[in-house]
Design a protein around this ligand. Structure first.
Ligand code: HEM
Length: 184
């Protein structure tokens, strides 16, 4: 993944465990201390960093990935990409429907990247069915953290229900989402 993703992992670790925590994590993962944000790195580096955090701090991998999703929205996307976020959508549902379009538009900056893809369907009961397509295993808790923080950004309350893989025949991970105004 591009260096900016690994730098987000680094930012989260430094926020939680300080510089010495990061030194432990990247050394144990055999990864550099810093990443060039616009350069691609092998996915195994990102997975090794996550594995190293889990081991070093006895963290739960799913909780950590969820927190990383929240960190990406709260500390990176809304701070450094605010314009892109508002151009992509002004409501949570509108934004999620445009996510593929957004990742496609920034391909020019990340020529060799492999962004995920999200197919969105509004069900008759108004729940959202979101299908997440990716070649990378195990990132569902990251995706849930991203959506949870995005909903808060749009001042909406989100309830996510994961759908078991064997209930649909699609090569994706499926989520059902109920979106309501935060004041409800
Ligand atoms: C705000 C600006 C954003 C930028 C600049 C951005 C950019 C990127 C980049 C560079 C990657 C790494 C892909 C690679 O190196 O092959 C990535 C991955 C990813 N992005 Fe985005 N992204 C943004 C917002 C979002 C949002 C809002 C979501 C979802 C709610 C999202 C979902 C993901 C996921 C799940 C991945 C992991 C890769 C995978 O699942 O295969 N991104 N993004």
């Amino acid at each position: 993944m591009y260096g900016m993703v690994n730098n987000a992992v680094r930012g989260l670790v430094i926020e939680r465990y300080g510089d010495s925590g990061w030194a432990t994590v990247h050394t144990q993962a055999g990864a550099p201390a810093n990443f060039a944000p616009m350069e691609p790195y092998g996915d195994e580096i990102t997975y090794a960093l996550v594995g190293s955090i889990v081991k070093s701090f006895n963290a739960d991998a799913a909780v950590l990935l969820h927190e990383l999703g929240v960190y990406w929205i709260d500390k990176i996307a809304t701070v450094h990409y605010a314009e892109m976020l508002s151009a992509t959508g002004t409501t949570f549902v509108g934004f999620v429907k445009n996510l593929d379009h957004m990742h496609a538009r920034i391909r020019v900056n990340f020529p060799s990247y492999q962004p995920p893809s999200f197919r969105v369907l509004v069900l008759p009961d108004q729940r959202l069915q979101v299908d997440y397509y990716s070649d990378r295993p195990g990132l569902m808790p990251f995706v849930e953290g991203l959506f949870a923080a995005l909903a808060r950004h749009f001042k909406q309350r989100l309830v996510i229900e994961p759908v078991a893989d064997d209930t649909h025949g699609m090569p994706c991970k499926r989520l059902l989402m109920t979106v309501e105004p935060l004041s409800l």
